[in-house]
Structure formats: C-alpha cells, structure tokens
Design a protein around this ligand. Sequence first.
Ligand SMILES: [Fe+2]
Length: 248
Amino acid sequence: MNKILQTPKYQSVSQWGMQSMKINPLQRLTYLKKQIIICTGKSYTRIRARHSTNVQTLSKAFEARDHISEGHTDRLQSLVTDVAVTIGLSNSKLTDLRIFAQFHDVGKVGIPDRILFKEGPLTADEILEMQRHSEIGFRIAQSSWDLAHIADWILKHHEWWNGDGYPFGLKGEDIPVECRILAIADAYDAMTNDRPYRQALSHDEAVKELKKNAGVQFDSKLVENFINIIEENQSRNRGWRQFLLHQS
Ligand SMILES: [Fe+2]
C-alpha cells in the first residue's frame, strides 16, 4: 500500500520535516505548523474548521518566506485560467483552478530551508525529501474546508504524462487535467523568470523546452494550446503598446 494511505490516525506536520525549518522573520509560522494536525476520525471536523483560516495565513506566510516565487502565483493564476477557458472548463472549475494555482506548493512549508533554498544541485536524498511537498500539501489541504476539494490535485501536481512523475507515477489522462494544465504553466513561468541561480530564458527558449517535453512530462495537446494562448496574448499586448504609443 502506498505510504500516503498508511498515515496514522493523528500525525503532525513536524513529522514531515518542519522541525528543521528556519522561521525568522515569520514567527507565526511556528504557531501555524503546530496547528496543522493531520487527522481523521472524530476530531477531524473540529480541527479542520479551525485550520481553514490558518491555511490562508500559512500560504501568505509561505509566499513571504519563499521570495523566489514573488509574483509567481498571480502569473500562474492568469495562465491556467486562459488555458482552462479554451478547453471549456466550467466557471466553478476555473475558480478551483485559481485556488489550486495559489496553493499547489503549500506543502513546501514542510521542507527545510537548507533544501528549499539550496543553491546548486540537490542530492538524491534531498530530492526525495523535496518531493514530499506534494504529500505534505495534500495533508494540509485535507485539513482545510477551503482546500479539501483540491487536495487530490495538490497531491498529483508533479505527475508526468509518461508516468515518470511522483508520487504515484500516473500516466496520461489518469492525471487530472487541472494538474496537467498547472504543470505546463508552472514550468513556463519558472523558466521565463529569473532565479538566484540562473537567468530567465526567453519566451522562444521556454517554448522550445515545452515542446521538447511534450508527450514526456507534459500533455502534448495542452502544450500546443498553451503556446497558442501565450503567443496570442503577446501579440495582443504588442498591439496595445503600439496603440498607446501612437496616442501619446
Ligand atoms: Fe510543486
């Protein structure tokens, strides 16, 4: 049985490595991580309701801590919405997808800073520890009324089209479409923005990478869709810029 399904009745997130996390200047995080108790059974409803607000606060605290991803959430929400509209997802799914874009990496609160902010390549053990953020995020989401409905997507947001992803190694359309959309948008945004350890790739370079990984990491049809949308948006923005220049 998968270890995710073997979770004891009561488990605190500190068991997933939060104890080694540096918290300054976000002292509230210390309190919050103790609050997020992953549980089932009688106490579930009571604790889950209390955690709803906490998860929102936790996410904000995490965004402040993870300075690398500044602005990432807003861009990601916009990108996933654009793709979702073109494939006809319902309005309620669009809302859920935007929440998913905001919280998909919330499990990184359980990853120690020495790994999360490490410059240079991770060791094999560190990679495994980093990968646990999907499961940690799943547990956090399950503990919140606001996020429980997207917990499964959080768990599966690193699955690959060819089955080489984690934690389950799901393939193709067994991966929820919301996860497949997010994976493409997340990769594109990460590639086209600076990181402390590398400069941003150009749009053309990022598109080349997406195409290279279509059918491997990503859903080919969605990659094609995504590239069309991005290029249409860019073309529209160029048009607006020219229009505004002529007006000034
Ligand atoms: Fe992730």
